[in-house]
Design a protein around this ligand. Structure first.
Ligand SMILES: C[S@@+](CC[C@H](N)C(=O)[O-])C[C@H]1O[C@@H](n2cnc3c(N)ncnc32)[C@H](O)[C@@H]1O
Length: 247
């Protein structure tokens, strides 16, 4: 059985990728939809609880809108809130986000530990981007919100970077759009490169579980197999989707 959380209006909820901060719905509606997704994750035992600081999330969002250069993004406000909340609840010490483009997806995750939305202390939060010019822009964006360097962006192939990461990996966020060495989509290559260093209870988040489900077929089969992940939920509240899996 494929576990799914589906918001009734997911096909109507649409953003303008070139105007990422435009308000799409009342804040109460956004919060309620994300709360329902978090509750589905809690019921599936992917998350231990659903509590996070809503005021800190808004402070984080405000800082990103003021400080980040974002040419475009497909991260909807609902998705941004969900990523922040999952990180605020799970509090990963070490996190890698793969394929971060300008850094918006990365800071949606890392913003729970750095900048005005910080609610815990992390050790090493790394965004990995294969295009050096995009990695440089993302690093500049992140430095404006986190002078500490706990959150950082590197120019590298995420498969190689994750394979060489010698700490335990508590949360892996996947958003790289490469084809992958075996033509199966690069998400599975990246996960397999880090799987052995992910402790029981660690999380894997995969963007595009809806609009790229065909390309992610092998990845989704892997994380939905109880031999690999204890629980996995497809969160569908926008046209992109997020598969959230617990090792
Ligand atoms: C579609 S973008 C992600 C954008 C993000 N979903 C957003 O809406 O802001 C995917 C990024 O992954 C990068 N990428 C592709 N293959 C990669 C790899 N093997 N390692 C690291 N980054 C990779 C691409 O250069 C691109 O910037």
């Amino acid at each position: 059985m494929i576990r799914t959380y589906r918001a009734d209006d997911w096909q109507q909820y649409r953003m303008d990728m070139y105007d990422p901060h435009r308000v799409l719905e009342p804040l109460e509606k956004e919060t309620a939809v994300v709360d329902a997704a978090l509750e589905a994750l809690r019921e599936a035992e992917v998350l231990p609880h659903t509590r996070y600081d809503h005021a800190k999330m808004l402070a984080h969002r405000q800082a990103v809108s003021e400080l980040f250069d974002i040419p475009w993004t497909a991260i909807t406000p609902r998705m941004h809130r969900l990523l922040y909340a999952i990180n605020a609840v799970a509090q990963p010490k070490n996190m890698i986000a793969a394929g971060v483009f300008c850094g918006n997806t990365f800071i949606a995750n890392a913003g729970a530990a750095v900048g005005p939305g910080a609610c815990y202390c992390a050790r090493d939060l790394v965004g990995v981007e294969i295009k050096p010019e995009e990695a440089a822009r993302a690093e500049g964006n992140v430095r404006r919100i986190d002078p500490s360097g706990v959150a950082r962006v590197v120019a590298a192939d995420a498969v190689e970077f994750v394979a060489a990461f010698d700490e335990s990996l508590d949360l892996l966020y996947l958003d790289a759009d490469g084809a992958g060495g075996r033509g199966k989509g690069v998400y599975l290559d990246i996960l397999e490169a880090g799987y052995d260093r992910m402790p029981a209870g660690s999380l894997v988040l995969a963007h595009n579980s809806v609009n790229l489900a065909d390309r992610l077929k092998h990845y989704l089969e892997f994380v939905r197999d109880p031999a690999h992940c204890r629980s996995s939920v497809n969160v569908i509240f926008d046209s992109e989707g997020l598969e959230v899996s617990l090792k």
